[in-house]
Write a protein that binds this ligand. Sequence first.
Ligand code: HEC
Length: 499
Amino acid sequence: MCARAAIAATAAAVALFLAGQEAEAQYNPVASCSLSPAEFQSWFQDGVIATNGQVKFADSVAFPKDNSICDFYKWAHQMFLWITSPKGNQIILNSPAFYNVLIDAEGNGHYVSNAQNGALLGLRSGVNKFSLRSSKSDEIQPGGQAGGGDSLLSLNGSVVYFGVHANDVFAWFNTAVTNGDLPDSTPFPASAEDLAPIVDYALEHGAILPDSQAMTMELKTSWIEADKVSGDISDYIVMDAEVPNYQGNVGDATWTIGTPSTVVKTLALVGMHVVGSVQGHSELVWASFEHRSNAPDNDFYISVKPSPFVPPIAVKVPYNSAGNWNFMQTSGGREGALVSQMTVAANGDLVATPGNSIRPNDVYRVNPWGGEPDESSAGNNTQLVTLNANVDFMLTNAPGGKDVRANYFQLGAVWTKDGSLPSSPGDTGQQIGSLLLANSTMETYHQQVGPGIKPAFQHGCFGCHNTDAQSGGAVTPTFVSHLFSKSNAPLVPAGGKQK
Ligand code: HEC
């Protein structure tokens, strides 16, 4: 594609993306964080953009030291496309590169490899075990009570299920720390030097880490039942998973767990947090993705250049809920939205909140692209709108037809300027990117900003994922993760060898 055609394609793609996701209005945003066809091509294993083709992981060790905001968004996007790349009849998320993490009643994690998954559960291999956000998470949320067990029902009546996943580098790093072979105070690896002892440790125990250059990654995924999605199921990434066997109807006060207590269902991916370390950033880069049919955006602004001779101006893209969504009624309003109707009780039952019943509630993204919904966020919004539009355009027009991954977009990402660790919920000084980032399916009820809202809930990812959320005293760098823990079961016993 010649340069002029590429620019025209980009502008068309931006207009298309906004039309698809927002109003029908015409926008021509300032091109920032553009992704050229040549660069996109280089992300693919075979060096060509191919429908449902395999994308490589981003090289986190080689992440530029002299970087731009756009470099982080591109890193996150490449990682998302890698994780959702087909692998046999599964996706990379279900390959040995990732472990599912099951949390037991004591709150300790168990890394379950995808090879083990089916065997452990007495199921065919590749079946995952997912849960709801359990009420347990209250204990590790600062301030306790506020909504740890809140749960969400889609418009068509599916519960939202969550999975937690870590890559092999993460699991082996955790193992080395749990077994006392690396000090507790070791930060997440953020350089080749940091990575080497983890790779060596795994190797000593018989494990080769083919994705070691991806460094440590942890994910949270959200899913709804495949037969209850808005739109066509072929527009979703699906997988089979074992989920709680809820018995109940929309409008009931309680849904109990039946016998057997779990069932295998085909689930459709609606959200994914993609989190990992890159060179110079052991605080991790916190990025998030959603399906386009989830929920509308609040008003937001983008930078538009009305003519080449004037500086850009901020133009408002108004809230627009026309169309069909998973978590918002067609043309539903913002008033009365985001009120949780139910929570998950300690025994796993779904219980309506006082005065409510188990039913869907309207959802929208309060701070689109993780920014205040005002002109101050126009620059950051425009970078994300442009990058998403470019990826969307190239995946939609891939030679073999539309790629299923074109139906997902990046909401944003957040990290710190110098790789420093946010020390408290309100420590926003060094943060860069999408400061108020929240996924409409995972932090649904923690998107509001303002008086009376706990600081932890109004500062995006680092509001809850910071070093003092759990420690209170000495700083343990890995506390930014709620998953990494010395009490997690190691992959091998201390001093042992992997079988
Ligand atoms: C309101 C507090 C809160 C906010 C805000 C929050 N998280 Fe979390 N997050 C948690 C808790 C608690 C867990 C642990 C278990 C669970 O509930 O899934 C968690 C788990 C995770 C996990 C799984 C691995 C782990 O560390 O346990 C990822 C990945 C994650 N969050 C990413 C994000 C991203 C990205 C954002 C910002 C878009 C974010 N979180 C915002 C509270 C929060």
